[in-house]
Design a protein. Structure first.
Length: 100
């Protein structure tokens, strides 16, 4: 998932990550700004993952957060928050304003 309004920054990070794992990311057509790669790629061992530039999240989780469309100032109760990627995505979309 790409969460940035700076498209040039995203392109640089994507290119760096693709070089690091020696594979191309594939766009997930039913979820904007979500990319997939082979499960064989050890994402957690990459520098991009360890420095926080990239993290793994299920496309369905991004889809449901997009459908929820949380806004700053709202109260959201996430009853399915383990391990926490969806929770972090909701917080990002709420711009850390509101109750989660």
């Amino acid at each position: 998932y790409s969460y940035t309004s700076d498209s040039s920054f995203f392109e640089q990070e994507r290119n760096r990550f693709e070089d690091e794992v020696d594979t191309k990311l594939k766009s997930v057509p039913w979820v904007p700004n979500v990319y997939s790669l082979s499960q064989k790629v050890p994402i957690a061992k990459t520098n991009s993952f360890q420095n926080g530039s990239v993290y793994g999240i299920d496309a369905a989780s991004v889809f449901i957060v997009n459908e929820l469309d949380p806004k700053g100032g709202e109260t959201v109760l996430d009853l399915c928050c383990a391990p926490g990627a969806k929770f972090c995505l909701i917080a990002d979309k709420m711009e850390k304003q509101g109750r989660l």
